[in-house]
Design a protein around this ligand. Structure first.
Ligand code: NAP
Length: 417
């Protein structure tokens, strides 16, 4: 496919899918969106680290051909005011894997969030947020090393579908009349704003399927279905029911439910099986503070996942290092989970950790685990040596505060340490 403003690197090859299986060449073209605000600083630092790790792990046998695509303010300058050019979607569809810095959502004027649009248009239905502790990172917990959770948040349904009717509008009045007169739903104050929460079997199952596959592939212990089914029986409750149903029908050999473990195995999960369990959303927040080691992979609905992922990330370093990915059946877009932090733009100051570890997820996604591990270990060594950016420096005694670029150099140096 020809592109107008995007230059396809000549020294790289496309990632392809054959019969649903991803084929990754040794010189894959990976796309990147620099991002607004602090995007330039963290993308520049992270790319140096990713490239250094790949070089060190594969001695030049493997390398990434980076291809810049545009979204947000940089897109507006390249594409004459267009914040979200069509060829950005085309490039992601064609080249399959990309990483993005944070994007400003311009306020007012009918602008949709660029991030939400990317997820919806490309049907990136899994939002994956791994949250784990890295030695030396400041944490308010007594035993932060117990946190090693991977959250699969459904990314397309729930109240994020945007079906809402404002109080005082004719649409609200029409829906209210229908609810009262035809559905017998009377338990709400007349004239209330109304919102609709769609949760489908298709949407729930494809997300839970991805979470279970991940748990099996990565040899994780359990998948916890987090829901509010005690109150919202036909949406959140159905999510839980469909989850157990899917595990029993599609993964009968690899998984076992908690009910079966109690009934047939004396409360002990048989070797090699992934436990499928569930928890009500509100109690999950308490468990994540008091007994996080009881959970491993989490599959949950959109709003629960939104709250839960930020809350758990805050226990082990916060938004500065929490990575994330939005993944569909073929396209995967990895992203920093924080915003553009505009007051730090071009100050070479902020923590590149969130984007850096999103890149580590990307390397794992394409099967380059050796490079991913090198980065994780070098990062830990750097933090243990108390070489940190300002956000960690203010929480650590005796830390040496460095710039974003200096932090990247320290991580690269620590790959050989
Ligand atoms: P933000 O950009 O995430 O920044 C909030 C605060 O978080 C910063 O002031 C800073 O706290 C801390 N922080 C963020 N990134 C950091 C990093 N890399 N290292 C260290 N600390 C970091 O949130 P916001 O100010 O609410 O949003 C600004 C813009 O970003 C908005 O236009 C919003 O729409 C957009 N946004 C984009 C995304 C995305 O692209 N995924 C996500 C959220 C928001 P301290 O100043 O206290 O140190």
């Amino acid at each position: 496919m020809g592109y107008d403003k995007v230059t396809v690197p000549e020294n790289g090859e496309k990632i392809r899918f054959v019969d649903g299986k991803m084929i990754v060449p040794d010189n894959p073209i990976l796309t990147f969106i620099e991002g607004d605000g602090i995007g330039y600083d963290i993308m520049t630092a992270s790319k140096r680290i990713w490239d250094a790790a790949i070089d060190k792990a594969y001695h030049g046998q493997r390398r990434v051909a980076w291809m810049e695509i545009y979204c947000g303010e940089k897109a507006a300058s390249v594409y004459d005011g267009n914040y979200m050019p069509e060829e950005t979607f085309d490039a992601l569809r064609e080249f399959k894997v990309g990483i993005k810095g944070p994007l400003t959502t311009p306020v007012g004027g009918g602008f949709r969030s660029l991030n939400v649009t990317l997820r919806q248009v490309l049907d990136l239905y899994q939002c994956i947020r791994p949250v784990r502790y890295y030695n030396g990172v400041p944490s308010p917990l007594k035993n932060p090393q117990e946190i090693d959770i991977v959250i699969f948040r459904e990314n397309t349904e729930d109240i994020y579908a945007g079906i809402e009717f404002e109080a005082g509008t004719p649409e609200q009045a029409k829906l209210e009349k229908f609810l009262r007169e035809e559905m017998g739903a009377t338990g709400f104050v007349p004239g209330s704003g109304l919102g609709i929460k769609p949760i489908s079997e298709f949407g729930s199952k494809r997300l839970i399927r991805a979470a279970i596959r991940y748990a099996i592939d990565r040899k994780r212990k359990s998948v916890t279905l987090v829901h509010k089914g005690n109150i919202q029986k036909f949406t959140e409750g159905a999510f839980q029911r469909w989850g157990y149903e899917l595990a029993a029908t599609e993964f009968p050999e690899q998984t076992i439910s908690w009910a079966e473990v109690e009934k047939h195995h004396g409360g002990k999960v048989p070797e090699g099986k992934v436990l499928i369990q569930d928890t009500i959303a509100d109690i999950m927040f308490q468990k994540m503070l008091l007994r996080p080691s009881e959970h491993d992979v989490i599959a949950t609905t959109n709003l629960n996942g939104d709250y839960l992922s930020d809350a758990i990330a805050a226990e082990v370093g916060g938004v500065g290092i929490a990575p994330g990915a939005n993944v569909g059946d073929e396209v995967a877009l990895f992203e920093a989970t924080h915003g553009t932090a505009p007051k730090y733009t071009n100050l070479d100051k902020v923590n590149p950790g969130s984007l850096l570890f999103s890149g580590v997820m990307m390397l794992e996604h394409i099967g380059w685990f050796e490079a991913a591990d090198l980065i994780t270990r070098a990062y830990e060594r750097t933090i243990e040596r108390k070489i940190v950016t300002y956000d960690f420096a203010r929480q650590m005694e005796g830390a040496r505060e460095v710039r974003t670029s200096e932090f990247a150099t320290a991580v690269i140096d620590n790959m050989s340490a």
